[in-house]
Design a protein around this ligand. Sequence first.
Ligand code: UDP
Ligand code: MG
Length: 317
Amino acid sequence: MLTVVVPCYNEEAALPFFLPEMQKEMDRLLEEEELSCELLFVNDGSRDGTLELLRSYAKADSRIRYLSFSRNFGKEAALFAGFEHARGSCVVVMDADLQHPPAMLQEMYQALKEGYDIAAARRVSRKGEPPIRSFFARMFYKLINKISKAEFVDGASDFRMLSRQAVDALLRMGEYNRFSKGIFGWVGFRTKWIPYENVERVAGETTWSFWKLLLYSLEGIIAFSTAPLSIASFLGILFCLAAFIGMVVIAIKTLIWGDPVAGFPTLACLLLLIGGSIQLSLGVIGQYLAKTYLETKRRPIYILEETSDVHERKTDR
Ligand code: UDP
Ligand code: MG
């Protein structure tokens, strides 16, 4: 059986388009691949009518289940909950906005049958995206691949199908700060990349602003690399060295030529530079400390408020 996990955050507008499309595909998979499907929606604390829609869907179609969070925990948490509750022997995650074409499921399933553990969609073009955003995205991938051990693939989407083995591996990564691009790369496994064209969202609005994406990329770097910490210490060493050389130079100069009062601007600039770099290093260390702090609290990744699964009502993880 295949479990389709769909995280939903305020998707009231998109769901009515998504569901019939998906049901059609599920019928086709059953017919052509003898693969039965369950559809597992995860309502990530939506503030609109998403939950009501999901309730009615689950009532109308026995293949549909849903989980509902007590508040918005983020897409990463929604994916984790989906993996935890998936009953299928393979699991696919897709967005509710039809940006991930259901028609690709069959091809992904065939890759899994061939022996791959993961079949993932990969955007081949960044068409329709603001150029500045593409530029930063490319920079991000270049940078993170240099400083992290996990493999990050440019254009890799969250649209992917995983074998049970890969899902279980993901579930063992119980970290609180979840950066799924890194988590997928970190667990490894044989991955088949399937190219696809990016399509526009059918309805509703994306929740990702440029600013949010930037913070998200920093999040990823901190979660999967400790290079910034080394950079901070490296900067420290560099400045100490420069200061030491400067002192020697000044001492010699004073001995030879005396000390006329000059160079005040230089001094001010140096102070700013050094103060700034100290602040920066402290900030970097603070970021890691904050993550460690959150991680040591061992808070649950999500809290369920409601689900369609009868035996599980009112329990969280
Ligand atoms: N999503 C979620 N929780 C959030 C934000 C988004 O579950 O806090 C879901 C959203 O409902 C959608 C998917 O994640 O199904 C992708 O979101 P979106 O389309 O806004 O992102 P984009 O496609 O622009 O990357
Ligand atoms: Mg989208």
